[in-house]
Ligand binder design. Structure first.
Ligand code: ADP
Ligand code: MG
Length: 356
């Protein structure tokens, strides 16, 4: 079990100075709109990953008028405990472990979060890129080698695109490299999607709904077939690639589909169904993470009760917090109160957090 014992936040959005002790199970944060609930979860996300789960624009997290922000946490893992710290100023990011400055590579992997939030609905209903990114980031959190494969692939893509634009004589060399790395990334992505699909099948979902993650094109069985397939796709696109100066097939263009009862959830899911599916996906991610690393990730569930059935979300909180530390927010005092027997309830108001 990995969990945050203590959390301290300075100058993150509307939070000036907050310091709290958390439970290893369920922690409920309740408050009206625009009081700082999402900001609090963002602080935990930042502590885990060094970036926001909501925006690519990290400096916008710094409280207006402050020069920088800081988030610190005491993370318990097995019988050890580490102090993690992320400090952010415009153009500068500093990671610390037990007070010592460390590089991102050394920092990573000490705390992982999975996030459910309205913004994250784009994983279900947003662009294909959002879904590809979801898979690659979740798998990257599990395996540093997956992250390295993604980076190597992206470099090869940039270089092949440049070779296409410049009609360079090196194009064949870059194509070969792109095919090697692209086929490899496809294979790993497909393997991760299959793990998620299995966890989705066995996980928490409404009885009459079946969820799955599928990829297109389908990935052949052997590595050499995979390379051949991708090389074939590129050959068929030669003329169009020359004209556009871009690589038009590969993992950066592949289809990632979330299926709800066999149909594309991006097109067909109702708002409530999309939320249920996202939640199931979050739990599946948590499960695969636990199976693979033997450790738990912290679940951050923002506005969990909006548009989802209250009894179901209460049951869900019991289920998740029995398996991982869970931080959940709600704007409804009655709902938060009904969870008091399961964990701690905090009140969030104007950027301050108190035990309720
Ligand atoms: N950089 C910032 N500096 C100061 N306040 C900010 C900043 N960014 C956002 N806010 C404010 O922080 C408040 C809390 O936002 P949020 O955490 O999303 O609230 P909640 O989730 O409780 O509805 C909002 O009023 C928002 O306007
Ligand atoms: Mg919010």
């Amino acid at each position: 079990m990995v969990w945050l014992r203590h959390l301290a936040i300075n100058d993150l959005r509307n939070i000036r100075d907050v310091s709290l002790d958390l439970q290893s199970g369920l922690n409920v944060f309740c408050g009206r709109n625009a009081q700082g609930k999402t900001s609090l979860l963002e602080a935990v996300g930042l502590l885990a990953r060094g970036r926001s789960f909501r925006t690519e624009d990290s400096p916008s997290l710094i409280r207006r008028g402050a020069g920088g922000l800081r988030t610190r946490g005491e993370v318990a893992r097995d019988d050890r405990s580490n102090a993690l710290e992320v400090e952010l100023e415009p153009g500068r990011r500093q990671f610390r472990v037990d007070g010592r400055d460390v590089v991102p590579r050394e920092y990573q992997g000490r705390l992982e979060v999975v996030v459910y939030s309205t913004d994250r609905l784009r994983v279900i209903r947003g662009s294909m890129r959002d879904r590809r990114q979801f898979l690659d980031r979740s798998a990257g959190a599990l395996w540093p080698s997956y992250r390295a494969d993604v980076r190597a692939f992206e470099r090869a893509l940039t270089q092949r695109n440049a070779a296409l634009r410049e009609q360079s004589s090196d194009l064949d060399i870059w194509t070969e490299r792109f095919v090697d790395l692209g086929a490899r990334l496809r294979e790993r992505r497909a393997a991760y999607a299959a793990r998620l699909s299995t966890a989705l099948r066995d996980g928490f979902r409404p009885q009459d709904e079946d969820y799955r993650v599928t990829l297109r094109p389908e990935v052949p069985a052997t590595a050499s077939e995979m390379r051949q397939a991708l090389a074939g796709e590129l050959r068929a696109l030669t003329a169009r690639e020359r004209a556009s100066g871009r690589t038009l097939a590969g993992p950066h263009r592949d289809t990632v589909m979330m299926l709800l009862n066999g149909r594309d959830a991006a097109l067909e899911a109702s708002s409530g169904q999309a939320r249920s599916l996202l939640l199931a996906l979050v739990l599946a991610t948590l499960e695969v993470y636990r199976e693979e690393t033997g450790h738990t990730a912290v679940a951050l569930l923002d506005d969990l009760d909006s548009e989802l059935d209250h009894d179901r979300t209460r049951a869900l909180c019991a289920e998740v917090s029995g398996r991982a530390q869970t931080l959940v927010t709600s704007a409804h005092p009655g709902w938060a109160e009904s969870l008091r027997d399961q964990g701690s309830v905090f009140r969030v108001s104007e950027g301050e957090v108190r035990c309720a």
